[in-house]
Design a protein around this ligand. Structure first.
Ligand code: ZN
Length: 61
């Protein structure tokens, strides 16, 4: 019997917020529903299927 267990790496939102930093300003990110919000520059990153979309879009000035 080969019963290899797959070690799924699961991150809780709190873990993610510790390892993720804002790609724009490297500020602290905090979760707000399905968004990651940078506490410094206030950029919001959507979370799709549990994966934060960390793309810095050109801001509208
Ligand atoms: Zn930021």
């Amino acid at each position: 019997m080969t019963g290899k267990k797959k070690n799924k790496i699961t991150f809780s939102h709190h873990d993610l917020s510790k390892i993720l930093a804002c790609p724009s300003c490297h500020g602290t990110l905090s979760f707000s529903r399905n968004l990651l919000v940078c506490s410094q520059c206030k950029i919001k990153y959507p979370i799709k299927d549990g994966v934060p979309i960390m793309l810095v879009k050109e801001s509208k000035y």
